[in-house]
Design a protein around this ligand. Structure first.
Ligand code: NAD
Length: 258
């Protein structure tokens, strides 16, 4: 699929993997709509890559409608990367035998709301706008890439909510591809391993923590670079024969229990 004279939306595009995808899509010729909660970083990146920033909370359906309609008005909307996501680490039960110490249901629900429901809402609304496009030479109207996680398969201690949300994204991939096939829209999912992004900034000593994580990768023994993920996203968007698949991009890591 050709990206020149099209728009591409990247949720979570102000940071990390989403930012790298936004840069790569712009380099491939798309006008990128960076849709994120972070206004300052999003505006700055949009200025740098000739894109557009749209404030978006993916848990707000009405905001999604505005963003996808606006993107489709700039140029035909042909690509969507769903990179907005949040992570938590909470054990299912506490150590004191009190039910009050068990995993808070609000926390579980908010992770699922952003990572899974937000992804699905973006897909159903963006794909509706894509379905209005003229088909290209391959009868295609658009391509969608979701960011799941290797935690969808090897969820670690404390990752019940995160893994459930990402497992949901993996589970969505084939039925979405099937639902959207008649409109000429392809859907693929990337399951990133451990990638060097600001997602680790909330840890007490992020650099040391990241070095430890890197040592656990099969090869190469380091965290992945956001640009390495973006390369896969571009491949999944532009290669017309990729559809309905989830691909791990993880240096061969298999996460241990902790
Ligand atoms: P990041 O924190 O650098 O970027 C995530 C972006 O999503 C942020 O800009 C944030 O503002 C935005 N966001 C969060 N909630 C949002 C909401 N409700 N609406 C709109 N935007 C929202 O993280 P990252 O590491 O680049 O992660 C990108 C995706 O890749 C996430 O879905 C994450 O779960 C997944 N992932 C990351 C890793 C990793 O090691 N970094 C591994 C596996 C999967």
């Amino acid at each position: 699929m050709e990206l020149t004279n099209t728009t591409a939306i990247v949720t979570g595009g102000a940071s990390g993997i989403g930012e790298a995808c936004a840069r790569a899509l712009a380099a491939a010729g798309a006008r990128v709509v960076i849709a994120d909660l972070q206004d300052e970083a999003g505006e700055a990146l949009a200025g740098e890559i000739g894109g557009v920033f749209a404030h978006l909370d993916v848990t707000d359906s009405a905001q999604i409608t505005e963003v996808v309609e606006r993107a489709g008005e700039i140029a035909p909307l042909r690509a969507l990367v769903n990179s907005a996501g949040i992570a938590t680490a909470v054990r299912t039960i506490g150590r004191d035998g009190e039910i009050a110490s068990a995993f808070p249901m609000d926390t579980f629900a908010s992770v699922v709301r952003v990572n899974l429901l937000g992804t699905f809402d973006m897909v159903r609304q963006a794909a509706t706008v894509m379905s209005r496009n003229e088909p290209d030479a391959n009868n295609g109207r658009g391509a969608i890439v979701n960011m799941a996680s290797v935690a969808a398969f090897d969820g670690q201690t404390g990752q019940a909510a995160y893994s459930a949300s990402k497992g949901g994204v993996v589970g969505l991939t084939l039925p979405l591809a099937r639902d959207l096939s008649s409109a000429g829209i392809r859907v693929n999912t990337i399951a990133p391993g451990l990638i060097d992004t600001p997602i680790y900034n909330s840890f007490p000593d992020p650099e040391e923590f990241k070095a430890q994580l890197g040592a656990s990768v099969l090869f190469p023994k380091r965290l992945g670079a956001p640009a390495e993920l973006a390369r896969m996203a571009i491949e999944l968007i532009t290669n017309d024969y990729m559809n309905g698949e989830t691909i791990r991009v993880d240096g061969g890591i298999r996460l241990p229990p902790k």
